[in-house]
Write a protein that binds this ligand. Sequence first.
Ligand code: UD1
Length: 358
Amino acid sequence: MRKKIATIVGARPQFIKCAPVSELLRKQFREVLIHTGQHYNPEMSHIFFQQLQIPEPDYNLEVGSHPHGRQTGFMLMRIEAVLLQEKPALVLVYGDTNSTLAGALAAAKLNVPVAHVEAGLRSFNRKMPEEINRIVADRLASLLFCPTRTAVKNLKAEGQLQGVYWTGDVMYDALLRHLPLAEQHSRILDRLGLSPKAYYLATVHRAENTDQPERLNEILKAFARLPLPVVFPVHPRTRRFIQTHFGERNWPNIRFIDPVSYLDVLVLQKNAAKVLTDSGGMQKEAYFLEVPCVTLREETEWPETVAAGANVLTGASAEKILAAATREVRVRCQGTDFGDGQAAARIVALIDKMLEKE
Ligand code: UD1
């Protein structure tokens, strides 16, 4: 009998991260895929399963949107019930969302070993819900898969030495695999009437930016004054805040569009003059695609991109955003910090080794 592994995902970036791992995992193990339902709009969830060829989840817990405690609590209850029924040998969690926290906690309380993909990342800003989620997930995990050497160092500095492995970044695996497909199949540039390098691509969804109207206003003011149009696929939470506080019509230079699929976002990033974002994933994807990035935050979990001269942190200051976005920058990607596109294979091999010992 193959050993059973329960994978827990729930939010858009986790679908991307699990795709390369699940594919390899299923060659050796029985995977039970649990979708918490944190992201539920078809364009935030279903399309990713389709494009990345992720198997249908075995369970959809349909948790939906709630304040943090309630959302995490519902997940905890429902994940526990599934784990009691399925009795997996290991639970695999990804990244830093409430789904990560709930998955790790439910498993640890049942004495099921936890493996954390994207372990060791730190912003050193505990006001971010994601920072709390990742610290707790790392404390509960017995296998910690680090995407960068900085992540390994962060864990060592916290005294976490056992079970820590550098694997490289599964998002790099996913990008290498899907970029050729994206370039072949995506029609997003035609659909939006865009020419390469004649637009900025922007995304904003972090609570620190969306929940403070002054910060969102500064960011939109900067976008409005940029010399090229700003294409802005809007996360549903951000859309609600923009509609409540500012309206979408008052910003002629900004093109608000619905969230786009993975293949489309790769093509939009590759052809952008620059990427302006508060997303963690897009800071790296821009770097991999050799497109300069402006990060609308005060800190980053990916300092390698800043050290490489590919990424500038501006916070939400309109002046700083404008200065960084209009500066001439050339980006060369030395991918080595993020691995070689084989992170998923290393992860599956390490899981296999650990479970063999049991
Ligand atoms: C979550 C993660 C964040 C990750 C991000 C990627 C946490 C704490 N945050 O933030 O780490 O970078 O996902 O997108 O887990 N909504 C919809 N439709 C959806 C999903 C969300 O309308 O399909 C709206 C809801 O109004 C909801 C709001 O977005 O209240 C926030 O969603 P939530 O899942 O709480 O967190 P995200 O902001 O997406």
